[in-house]
Write a protein that binds this ligand. Structure first.
Ligand code: FAD
Length: 385
């Protein structure tokens, strides 16, 4: 049979989600090409920095449990293909008290799961995790199989394995335009024009702009800080979350990094940023002061001037769930947007879903993430960057 197009699928955006999609498509024997405007990993998107926390628990409910099992399975497959452990199993500690929405939902979700965890009273928790600030009225939860995911190595593994399976990946080659017709899609990038049966768009914070959709998403500026661990300080290796009071905030969190420093972050809310304005890695004085206030309360042994900061952004969807599915105007275009603060650990499973949807495999389990759930997603006049 004569093939209509040189590629089965083109993937635009080779950050964690797009890299995972090209890996899945290529290992299935599809003819796939991928493009990115930069060379990931880089500091201009959502994946900047060395690590991401990859716990088994979540604050988003049992609907995510099958995806969690599957994403860990896929991380292990990718590690085996790459010959390197991409998840460091150090355990995860959560501290909080009833009334914190994030903490309550995490506990409820854990209780409804098979994920191993221990709930500790204050005294044994303080004795076991002496470096972490734990107040007398707080509960501590330890999840032994919580992990830290390696960003640089994980992304490289996806790119390398996709290439090993035949994918053609082009970096520093931005998408300039695309169109759809009865035979497929035509994609114009800085290097030329390419045709495929289908297009996957995984461009993170640029999604609304490139897809020409007013997605219900806020792109928020976030900063990761690294602090030196002073000589003689023994810091527990587990990743750490301290839940804030109230319903709406995300927790202060941290984890050890491969260079021997400790990373922490205090997620910001409402600090919206235009993706093309993320041009430097400089934190503000107020951001440093806010994270150090938390540090003094939660991990006082490492308080000091940060040795490094990484500024990146994540996309917060109004209802708290990713947006994954087919474009409302273009049947041949599938996209993943609205990564939230948990999109890295789920990248293997999100990429698998994008690959399935792009090749006609039904994924009823992805209904929760369908763009069609938003009645109000409107189409913009222009979709160019
Ligand atoms: C501070 C912070 C902390 C986080 N912590 C965690 C965590 O602990 N655990 C977790 O699981 N997740 C975490 N996340 C979320 C996770 O990093 C993201 O979910 C993930 O990076 C999303 O990947 P992506 O591929 O959708 O987007 P990106 O990583 O932004 O990748 C998108 C890619 O698209 C490319 N692109 C854009 N426009 C074009 C164009 N015109 N042409 C070609 N290419 C283009 C970009 O160059 C980029 O490489 C965190 C995010 C942030 C910001």
């Amino acid at each position: 049979m004569q093939r209509r197009n040189p590629y089965d699928v083109i993937v635009v955006g080779l950050g964690p989600w797009g890299a995972s999609a090209v890996w899945h498509l290529a290992r299935r024997g599809m003819r796939v090409a991928g493009f990115d405007r930069h060379t990931p990993p880089h500091g201009y998107g959502s994946h900047g920095g060395a690590t991401r926390l990859a716990r088994q628990s979540n604050s988003t409910g049992p609907a995510y449990h099958p995806l969690t099992h599957r994403t860990f399975e896929l991380w292990h497959q990718l590690s085996a293909e790459a010959g390197q452990d991409l998840l460091l199993e150090s355990g995860t500690v959560f501290v909080g008290k009833a009334g914190s929405g994030w903490f309550d939902r995490t506990l409820e979700s854990l209780a409804a799961s098979e994920f191993e965890h221990e709930i500790l009273d204050t005294e044994p928790a303080q004795a076991r995790f002496p470096s972490y600030g734990i107040a007398d009225d707080e509960t501590t939860v330890f999840e032994p199989h919580g992990t830290v995911a390696l960003v640089v190595e994980g992304l490289r593994a996806m790119h390398d394995q996709a290439r090993r399976h035949g994918a053609e990946l082009r970096f520093d080659d931005p998408l300039e335009d695309y169109s759809e017709n009865a035979d497929g899609v035509e994609v114009r990038t800085a290097s030329g024009t390419y045709r495929a049966d289908r297009l996957v768009v995984a461009v993170g914070a640029w999604s609304g702009q490139i897809l020409g959709l007013d997605l219900p998403v806020a792109v928020e500026r976030q900063v990761l800080f690294n602090f030196a661990i002073p000589d003689g300080v023994r810091l527990e290796t587990a990743a750490y979350f301290a839940a804030p009071p109230g319903d709406d905030s995300a927790p202060f969190y941290g984890c050890p990094e491969p260079d021997g420093s400790y990373k922490v972050s205090l997620p910001s809310r409402g600090k919206e940023i235009r993706p093309d304005k993320l041009t430097d890695q400089q934190p503000t004085t107020a951001e440093v002061a806010a994270v150090r206030r938390c540090l003094r309360e939660r991990i006082p042994a490492i308080d000091g001037e940060p040795i490094r900061a990484t500024v990146c952004m994540w996309s917060e969807v109004t209802d708290g769930h990713w947006i994954i599915g087919t474009h409302s105007r273009h049947d041949r275009i599938v996209f993943g947007a609205g990564c939230m603060g948990r999109g890295f650990r789920y990248a293997p499973v999100v990429g698998e879903a994008l690959a399935d949807l792009a090749t006609g495999t039904e994924r009823p389990d992805m209904a929760l993430f369908s763009p069609q759930r938003f009645q109000s997603v409107t189409v913009r006049g222009a979709r160019r960057q």
